[in-house]
Every structure is written in structure tokens, then in C-alpha cells.
Design a protein around this ligand. Structure first.
Ligand SMILES: Cc1ncc(CO)c(N)n1
Length: 224
């Protein structure tokens, strides 16, 4: 199957098992307020500045995933990871343009606590001891939380303010969904071949990402 969904695998089982956490991350009051049109624009501006810093760290994280892919698998996943890494160049330009539009001075942004915590987690992947299966699974769920959260803001019945639709489409587009599904298929294939220990570590990382994403939304909406 290509682009037409993902066959039931380990990741789908985790999403079902941890549905409550997954929904707290993907139907967070912050993103739901974007969809409802009630979003506090100062919270949106805070999110924008913080996420720019996050994405810069995400570049380094993705470089470490790519390196593990080249070193520890047969390298067949290299192209999709490389395309993801390359698209972050565009994404950083997008953030700069968007920051200007919202008068957010990126040079003055310093990372808030939840962002620092998340960035520290991303940095831990530079350790060679962390396996490719854990890294690729982490990559998949990080992207998927944004995909699911922002797709909800573009779906039927949304009252998303027009000036925020571009942001929502960036991660909520059908193309981004397909990209996430490609990552999911890779993660499921790696998990099917992984030891029980490695699969357990990957599930822990999956849950940690959900926690960190909830913290990131809370921080953006100033609930923490
Ligand atoms: C916090 C966060 N999670 C996920 C993504 C998706 O790339 C992002 N840009 N920021």
C-alpha cells in the first residue's frame, strides 16, 4: 500500500493502548483554541518563537537519526529521512517569515523550561548507544503529534482564523500526513525486527514524546 494508510502494526497498538495520552497531546486546549478561533494571539506568538528554537534543535536530532540509519540499518530508509532533514531548511525560512508577520523578534527569544527539557531529550539521541529503532520511532511520533493536531484545525467545521491557516496547513496537509505514514511504516518494520528490550525502550520514548508535547503546548498557552 502506498499513501493509502498504514497496516496495523506495533505503533497503532501503542496509540490504542495510550489513547488518553495521545489525545491530550493532539487535542490540546491550545490547538483546539486555534480550531475554535478563540486562540490567544500572544500564546500563538509565544509558540512561534519557542518552536523556531525547537526546530533548530530538531535539525541536529534528525542528523543523528540519519547517522544511525546509515550506520545501523541497511540504509534503505535514508532517502525519506534525508528529505525530512532537507525540508527543515524551508521550515526555518518559514519561521523567520512568519515571525516577521507576527512581530516576534527571534533574536530575543530564549527557551522556556518545557522547551529546554524537550531539547535536552532530543540531544540525548546523539549518544551512539541509542538504537536506530528508538530514534526512528521517536522521529515518527514527534511529527505525528503536529500532523494530527494541526490537521484537526483544517478539518470540516473549523473556525481557524484565516491568518493562522498557513501554519495549520504546514503540518495539517495531506502531503505531510503521507510523510508521517511513511515514517510510521519504517518504524513498524524496525519494531517488528527489534528485540523485546529495544521495543520496550521505543515505547517509553513514544510516551516521553507525548508528555513533552503536552508540556510544550501547556508552555505555549502559559498554563505552565
Ligand atoms: C514541539 C514540536 N513538536 C513537533 C514538531 C514537528 O516538527 C515541531 N515543529 N515542534
Amino acid at each position: 500500500m502506498d499513501g493509502g494508510g498504514v497496516e496495523a502494526g506495533t505503533t497503532a497498538a501503542w496509540m490504542a493502548r495510550h489513547r488518553g495520552m495521545y489525545e491530550r497531546a493532539t487535542r490540546h486546549p491550545f490547538t483546539v483554541s486555534i480550531r475554535d478561533g478563540t486562540v490567544d494571539l500572544s500564546a500563538f506568538r509565544r509558540w512561534l518563537g519557542q518552536d523556531y528554537m525547537f526546530v533548530k534543535e530538531f535539525v541536529a536530532f534528525l542528523a543523528s537519526v540519519l547517522l544511525k540509519c546509515c550506520r545501523q540499518s541497511d540504509g534503505s530508509d535514508m532517502e525519506i529521512i534525508l528529505s525530512g532533514l532537507a525540508s527543515l531548511s524551508d521550515e526555518l525560512s518559514w519561521f523567520k517569515k512568519e515571525a516577521e508577520k507576527w512581530s516576534v523578534n527571534l533574536a530575543e527569544v530564549s527557551p522556556l523550561k518545557s522547551n529546554t527539557e524537550y531539547c535536552r531529550f532530543l540531544q540525548s539521541f546523539s549518544e551512539p548507544e541509542i538504537s536506530y529503532v528508538v530514534a526512528i520511532t521517536t522521529f515518527w511520533i514527534i511529527e505525528t503529534v503536529y500532523q494530527d493536531s494541526f490537521a484537526f484545525c483544517t478539518e470540516e467545521g473549523n473556525k481557524t482564523p484565516p491568518e493562522l491557516l498557513g501554519t495549520c496547513q504546514r503540518w495539517g496537509s495531506p502531503e505531510f500526513k503521507q510523510y508521517c505514514q511513511s515514517l510510521q511504516r519504517i518504524a513498524d518494520r524496525c519494531l517488528a525486527e527489534a528485540s523485546a528490550d529495544a521495543a520496550r525502550s521505543a515505547e517509553e520514548a513514544f510516551l516521553r514524546v507525548l508528555e513533552l508535547e503536552i508540556g510544550f503546548w501547556d508552555m505555549s498557552s502559559s498554563r505552565s
